[in-house]
Design a protein around this ligand. Structure first.
Ligand SMILES: [Cu+2]
Length: 504
């Protein structure tokens, strides 16, 4: 991973960030924003719709700030469209952004009218508005508003929020002409598929690196540290997690933007015992809203899991009352895209009486859905749950280039977590049989003994994990060799969910 200047989520918008109502983000609003995409229907009900035709002269007294961004060849001048005579009238519309919706999401405009859209962000995270014609508003923080001059409207035009994943979540609107001609280009844009500015999609031609390229790239970098150090005596853990954006090199010429906690994906592994208290300070130094959700604690999510705007921070305290390897992740909508862009990690809470072992590792599986080069995860691909690549601890095949190590006869423990966001993990080690398997609060097998097989003949070949599940296995490699650690859903192993334990 290499540090690069943060890249904004909306490089496509031609508008200058003018016309917003304030220089600083407004405080994040509280509960509920990150929890339920269905809540967007509420936005449809509460939306205020004002469509007024006024004369051009009335513009002189327009109270709102303006983001003048009429494209040079405006929507009325597309070569495939017959010219529409300007009417000299202006249609003004108030639109709200809230709950992953624009309200209204359809704007009817007489052909030949100029259209002005005043967008107010009533949400708890940032949004923007991009039109297929090229006109666009800059990113608006919660509480901000700005007015877009969409130009003379002669044919139908689609619009959407270009922040990653927002269009796919339903943040689209249609400008429909009355007496004009429908626009084929607008129709294709409405599908939300390819060709989206802002990197949310339009990456169907992204080259997927080969296994050799990925291993060669991983060999040039330090791996994410997979070893889990022994616990110290502390029972209070003060941790600051800072959200930043970075560029991860996957292969020559192939990069992705990752959103990270403390600069790495996964974020740091937190480690403690049952009863330990964690005091987390989340700091958002990224360019869009983010949040955090710790499965390791039980609490009301409304305040600590709220989305905070860039520049804000929050406090999140929890006590780990249950053992396990618990996922943490960003819970800002669309959660799938935030996780797929790198925002996850693990909290290991050891069960009482866990014996020391010779080698202890943590492997977290995740999926990569490549957007355009240098961009975050492709939201349309994420929705298919068919990843381009897989990774243990954030980089495909990195532990084939930097193998985990043990000696023959040593006891090896591997903590596992399936961070998803979508797919499962059939955790298997080639050549090994697990004599100890612990997951979701219980030993299935311990030292070769299970409830039904107390004679020591119990063993397991796979620890099955659904998304967000975790556990650990133990085994003793009997002889020197290269033991592959895989997702035995083999197509996923071949995409990068593969590591090597080199036993000497
Ligand atoms: Cu996030």
């Amino acid at each position: 991973m290499t540090d690069k200047p943060p890249v904004g989520p909306n490089p496509a918008g031609p508008a200058k960030p003018a016309g917003t109502s304030g220089g600083k983000p407004a405080p994040a609003k509280l509960p509920g924003e990150h929890t339920d995409p269905i809540s967007r229907t509420a936005g449809l009900i509460t939306g205020l719709v004002i469509v007024v035709c006024v004369t051009v002269a009335a513009l002189l007294v327009h109270p709102g700030p303006m983001a003048r961004s009429t494209p040079q060849s405006g929507p009325g001048t597309a070569s495939s469209q017959p010219p529409v005579a300007p009417t000299g009238q202006t249609t003004t519309v108030q639109v709200e952004a809230k709950g992953m919706s624009f309200t209204p999401n359809r704007i009817d405009v007489p052909a030949g009218n100029r259209l002005e859209i005043t967008l107010t962000n009533k949400d708890s995270q940032s949004h923007d508005l991009v039109l297929a014609s090229g006109a666009a508003l800059p990113t608006l923080a919660p509480g901000q508003s700005a007015t877009l001059d969409a130009g003379i409207i002669s044919s139908d035009v689609d619009g959407w929020c270009s922040l990653t994943g927002h269009r796919q979540m339903g943040m689209t609107l249609q400008i429909v002409t009355e007496g004009g001609s429908p626009s084929g280009a607008a129709t294709s844009a409405a599908s939300g598929a390819m060709g989206t500015p802002g990197g949310a999609s339009g990456s169907g031609d992204v080259a997927i690196p080969t296994m050799t390229q990925l291993k060669d790239q991983a060999a040039t970098e330090d791996p994410y540290p997979a070893s889990l150090p022994p616990l110290d005596g502390s029972t209070e853990h003060n941790v600051t997690l800072t959200v930043t954006e970075h560029t991860q090199q996957l292969a020559p010429g192939v990069t992705r933007q990752v959103w990270t906690y403390n600069g790495t994906t996964p974020g740091p592994v937190l480690h403690g015992r049952v009863g330990d208290t964690f005091h987390i300070t989340l700091v958002n130094q990224a360019t869009m809203g983010h949040s955090i959700d710790f499965h390791a604690g039980s609490l009301s999510p409304d305040q600590p899991m709220r989305t905070i705007s860039p520049g804000q921070s929050l406090q999140y305290d929890f006590t780990a009352t249950k053992a396990g390897i618990w996922m943490y992740h960003c819970s800002t909508v669309p959660m799938s895209v935030h996780i797929a862009s790198g925002m996850f990690g693990a909290v290991v809470i050891e069960p009482d009486g866990l014996a020391p072992v010779d080698k202890s590792y943590v492997l977290i599986q995740s999926e990569l859905y490549l957007g355009a080069n240098g961009q975050p995860a492709d939201a349309t691909k994420v929705a298919t749950a068919i990843p381009d690549l897989m990774a243990f601890n954030g980089m495909p095949f990195q532990y084939d280039s930097h193998p985990l190590s043990a000696r023959a006869g040593q006891r090896v423990r591997i903590w596992t977590l399936d961070a998803g966001p979508n797919d499962s993990w059939a955790f298997h080690v080639v050549g090994a049989q697990f004599d100890t398997v612990w997951t979701e609060g219980a030993y299935r097998i311990r030292d070769g003994r299970s409830a039904q097989m107390p004679d020591g003949s119990a063993g397991a070949q796979v620890l099955p994990l659904s998304a967000a599940q975790g556990g650990f296995v133990e085994f003793v490699p009997p002889a020197a060799g290269h033991y592959a650690i895989v997702n035995h859903e083999m197509s996923l192993a071949e995409k990068g969910a593969h590591a090597t334990l080199a036993v000497s």
